[in-house]
Design a protein around this ligand. Structure first.
Ligand SMILES: NC(=O)c1ccc[n+]([C@@H]2O[C@H](COP(=O)([O-])OP(=O)(O)OC[C@H]3O[C@@H](n4cnc5c(N)ncnc54)[C@H](OP(=O)(O)O)[C@@H]3O)[C@@H](O)[C@H]2O)c1
Length: 334
């Protein structure tokens, strides 16, 4: 495995070509093992991964506490190479329900104060609103993060799941390094308007869900039992006939993977890597085994014939089902 770097936009730092998304280590995909999660973060840093992604609302702060512990217990040189990207703004209630978004400037600074404490760091490398707060103009939220940059608490400003107009308004307010948004073989919506806009403005994409939350990893099966706390138990693409159809696409992908002597997950990640050097996939590995598989994608070369075969196997609109349940789709900008 060779760790290459990519630039986080024209104004951001160089980061490893793959980032580690830590959400599933405490939340949303059922139970996870804290010690294996920390070992996975350490193994990622050891392999040259520099970008770690979290959100203050993943496990109500527990994901940040876990990353804080992983950083504290990592060798100093590894700790120093880590860049932490944090999302804020999503509101929860004690039962874990999602109750809205808060992008008010005073709230932004409050969220940041708590995140710094939980992570045990003196600055956050990339700080971003998780979803647009419809009640607060993006200029106000980004302006508040820009003040945190001036004060040294934040290094760079990112965005998450917003559309082209919001990206332009945000970029007119302050330098934006990257947009975090879902992008995979079966989630290609950004190609129409978002990707042309970020490319015009010199903003990178940190792509999440490159394995569609495991659906196109080659490891997911129709008989897998998911606890109610697992996002996938409610995600349209994982339900009934949709799931059967989507796993059929995975079998087509498997034929290509087998022909190339790599795994399905590696093909799916390598396809995202091949879409442009401005795209940094965040892989959601939460075990060292899955991490090693994901990192193997860095050594998979896809030529034009491979890419064409992959797109024949999984055409752009082939997936069945929305990527979020309806209530959460409502928070996504077109
Ligand atoms: N900005 C946003 O709105 C947003 C939304 C979602 C996520 N994110 C960020 O993006 C990160 C990645 O998203 P994601 O976790 O949904 O992405 P993902 O990489 O598509 O899915 C990760 C899941 O796929 C399964 N998997 C199977 N094989 C794997 C392999 N080789 N490597 C990694 N995972 C494998 C694992 O599930 P099992 O362990 O159950 O098999 C794992 O939990 C998150 O951790 C989070 O930091 C951002």
């Amino acid at each position: 495995m060779t760790m290459h770097t990519r630039s986080l936009g024209t104004t951001g730092p160089q980061v490893s070509a793959l980032g580690l998304g830590c959400m599933g280590m405490t939340a949303l995909y059922g139970d996870a093992d804290p010690s294996e999660s920390i070992a996975t973060v350490h193994a990622a840093l050891e392999a040259g991964v520099t970008l770690l992604d979290t959100g203050d609302f993943y496990g109500m702060g527990s994901n940040e506490l876990l990353i804080g512990e992983a950083l504290r217990t990592a060798p100093p040189a590894r700790r120093e190479q880590a860049l932490v990207s944090v999302k804020f703004g999503a509101l929860r209630d004690p039962a874990g329900n999602w109750t809205g978004y808060d992008g008010r400037p005073a709230a932004v600074k409050n969220f940041a104060a708590y995140s710094l404490q939980r992570l045990g760091v003196d600055h956050i490398d990339v700080y971003r609103l998780a979803r647009l707060d419809p009640a607060v103009p993006i200029e106000e939220t980004v302006g508040a993060v820009a003040e945190l940059v001036e004060q040294g608490y934040v290094r760079h400003i990112g965005l998450s799941e917003v559309g082209a107009d919001t990206i332009r308004r945000a970029a007119a307010t302050a330098p934006i390094t990257d947009l975090q948004i879902e992008y995979s073989l079966i989630s290609r919506g950004i190609e129409r308007a978002v990707l042309p806009t970020t490319r015009e403005l010199g903003i990178a994409i940190t792509a999440y869900g490159v394995l569609s939350r495991g659906l196109i990893s080659g490891h997911f099966s129709a008989d897998r039992q998911l606890p109610a706390t697992d996002f996938r138990a409610h995600a349209p693409r994982f339900q009934g006939e949709n799931l059967r159809h989507n796993l059929g696409l995975v079998e087509e992908l498997r034929k290509i993977a087998e022909h190339k002597g790599v795994s399905v997950a590696q093909i799916a990640i390598a396809w995202v890597l091949a879409q442009g050097r401005d795209i940094v996939p965040l892989v959601g590995a939460r075990t060292r085994e899955r991490l090693a598989e994901s990192l193997g994608a860095l050594d998979v070369t896809l030529d034009a014939a491979d890419l064409a075969a992959i797109e024949r196997a999984v055409p752009p609109t082939a997936a069945a089902g929305d990527r979020y349940p309806a209530a959460q789709m409502a928070h996504l900008e077109p």
